[in-house]
Design a protein. Structure first.
Length: 286
């Protein structure tokens, strides 16, 4: 058994980037130029200047793979094409650990006209694909996986690069060339993904105007129906997270207030263009 440590005596990193993760400053130091060129673009849109990081990651080549170390702890080894997904998972843990009074919701957040549209659904339901398709209708993507609910009832996304799985690579015609040009990475669960960065809305929090419960459908026309607040509240709570692993009364009441003030629908579709048109009309309706 080996404990792998990245030795500071090997010299300074070839690249260093400081990221703002929902208020937490994190640094990633790359000790290998080829690894930096592969991974750095996935997080570059989160970069900030003149911030003192509280967490430091180091990435270095190790044999045919790579080693990732957090705050000089013992490193973990991964394949080269697993570095970005592994870092994203670790950075997600950092975001969740620093929530304070915020509540993390497992949902994609879109923003248009200063108001938020939240897309909820089970893993594999197509949240990311639909979120990116909505960009063609004037929405901006706040984040495709995590939205943070503040004490004021406003929501902002955690703008990690959107991760597209193979089934979505050919579905968004307007982004076909961009998607095809993005490198293929592999998560630790062996699923392949391509990351699309720099597609995100400003970091300001917004009020929720619409909440969409997304259901998968392979055939058929767009289906849209009203949903009781209790149902969407139940679904949001099932994927919610706080550092205390529970919502206190004030957090629950804030979430309940956000749900009550939003327009809620259950939504399914088979054609992306029809889905975009229908959701745009729903979100903009008086």
């Amino acid at each position: 058994m080996l404990d792998i440590l990245i030795d500071g005596e090997d010299g300074p990193p070839v690249r260093d980037q400081v990221l703002d993760l929902a208020g937490t400053a994190v640094s990633i130091a790359y000790h290998d130029r080829s690894l930096a060129e592969l991974v750095l673009p996935v997080f570059e849109h989160l970069g900030v200047a003149e911030r003192q990081p509280s967490i430091v990651y180091e990435v270095a080549a190790f044999g045919r793979g790579a080693c990732i170390s957090r705050n000089r702890s013992r490193g973990m080894t991964v394949a080269v094409n697993e570095i970005a997904p592994t870092l994203k998972a670790m950075l997600t843990d950092d975001v969740l650990a620093g929530l304070r009074r915020q509540v993390a919701l497992h949902a994609a957040l879109l923003v248009k006209n200063g108001q938020g549209l939240l897309i909820c659904g089970a893993p594999g339901a197509g949240k990311t694909t639909l979120a990116l398709a909505l960009l063609s209708a004037g929405f901006a993507c706040g984040g495709d996986d995590i939205a943070l609910l503040g004490e004021d009832g406003l929501v902002r996304g955690v703008p990690f690069a959107a991760a597209l799985k193979p089934g979505s690579w050919g579905l968004i015609d307007a982004m076909g060339e961009t998607i095809a040009a993005a490198p293929i990475h592999r998560r630790l669960d062996k699923k392949r993904v391509r990351y699309l960065a720099s597609l995100h809305a400003p970091k300001e929090a917004v009020a929720l105007r619409s909440i969409v419960l997304l259901r998968r459908r392979k055939k058929g026309a767009v289906s849209m129906s009203a949903v009781e607040p209790a149902q969407v509240l139940s679904e949001l709570l099932s994927g919610a997270f706080t550092p205390a692993r529970r919502l206190d009364r004030a957090q629950f009441e804030t979430l309940l207030g956000a749900v009550r003030s939003a327009r809620i629908i259950e939504f399914s579709y088979s054609q992306l263009d029809e889905a975009v048109e229908a959701l745009s009309r729903h979100h903009e309706a008086a």
